[in-house]
Write a protein that binds this ligand. Structure first.
Ligand SMILES: [Zn+2]
Length: 351
């Protein structure tokens, strides 16, 4: 079954194709995804993320990504065709997507862990393409982007949702001292959210001098990454250490630092993803007698994506300073090099 608007789509489109770890992305012509089922929606991509996880996938591979494929899940764009059963969305509307809404049926969903839902729905073929198709349940979680929010900002809603979930789970709130280890997009969004939640002081480790100003813009206090030691951080937090330390780098060294500096009764949030098998020596005596709380934070609960979108719509979370680089599809072969530039925070693919 094909919706009437689908016939207007070109037969072929350009997309960035990944052919395996260590090989450059290439621009190729593929069939344009069409409305094939009544619940289908086709979107013309305006902005797609090329984040750190994709840099890792392109260069060293990913257990859930099989080449050849079109990568990318974070996307914002314009609806161009809808199936006959679609009521919520119409051609001409700009939307962003929760790319992995939980299925509600698998074991993880049953166990109250929708963030770990085994079903990967996503977008077809992938976001680094001129057009993508989405199907239920993703269509039910498409979010209209209001005129005041740019597509590139809206594309970051999923990341904001992840950080919002970490913020809530760690109970970051008024009067607290918080340390964020890592000054990438996640770290800088975490600084902003902690301040919005009323944290007294939010320290953020920086490894590039130019990022000091970004931390200040976000309402935080920059700390050189080489100075994240128990003594130095205690001196900056009334001698006690931070109530909450968010590890947003993903390395054994920075996880170790997080446990070194957190205060008695404090919380260490594991936000950064490390390679499988990464281990650190952990003083479990201190975990017990100092009542250290350890929280793994990955993805988010249902409803948090919508909360993140509403927050972006209020204008209280300005993410434009994070959108440092635009990558036209024709330059996709340079995307890894661009993403690794020291002054690159969020590279936006614009097909
Ligand atoms: Zn599930």
């Amino acid at each position: 079954m094909t919706g009437p608007a689908a016939t207007a789509l070109p037969e072929r489109m350009r997309a960035a194709v990944w052919h395996g770890a260590g090989r450059p992305l290439t621009v190729e012509e593929l069939p344009t995804p069409q409305v094939e089922e009544p619940g289908d929606v086709v979107i013309r991509v305006r902005a797609a993320m090329f984040g750190a996880s994709l840099v890792r996938a392109v260069t060293i591979g990913h257990p859930r990504m099989t080449p050849p494929s079109v990568l990318g899940t974070l996307v914002a764009g314009d609806v161009v065709a809808v199936g006959d059963a679609v009521r919520r969305l119409a051609p001409g509307e700009t939307v962003t997507l929760d790319p992995h809404p939980p299925c509600g049926r698998c074991d993880q969903c049953d166990d109250g862990l929708p963030a770990l839902c085994a079903t990967r729905s996503g977008v077809t073929p992938g976001a680094h393409a001129q057009y993508v198709r989405i199907r239920p349940p993703v269509t039910a979680h498409a979010r209209h982007v209001p005129p005041g929010v740019s597509p590139a900002t809206a594309m970051l809603t999923e990341i904001v949702a992840c950080v919002l979930d970490a913020t809530d789970t760690a109970d970051i709130g008024p009067g607290q001292d918080v340390l964020v280890i890592g000054c990438g997009p996640v770290g800088l969004i975490q600084v902003r959210l902690a301040r919005l939640r009323g944290a007294r002081q939010v320290l953020c480790s920086v490894n590039h001098p130019w990022r000091r100003e970004l931390v200040r813009q976000a309402g935080g206090v920059p700390v050189d990454s080489g100075d994240v030691s128990a003594d130095h951080v205690a001196a900056l937090t009334r001698g006690r250490g931070p109530h909450v330390v968010v590890e947003a780098v993903g390395s054994a060294a920075t996880y170790t630092s997080a446990f070194d500096v957190v205060r008695d009764g404090g919380t260490v949030v594991g936000f950064g993803g490390c390679p499988p098998g990464t281990a650190i020596p952990l003083d479990v005596n201190a975990v017990h007698y100092r009542r250290i709380r350890i929280l793994g934070s990955y993805h988010y609960k249902p409803g948090v994506f919508e909360e993140a979108a509403r927050l972006l719509e209020t204008g209280r979370l300005d993410l434009e300073p994070l959108l440092t680089h635009r990558i036209p599809l024709e330059r996709i072969a340079d995307a890894v090099a661009i993403a690794r530039l020291p002054d690159c925070l969020v590279p936006v693919v614009e097909p």
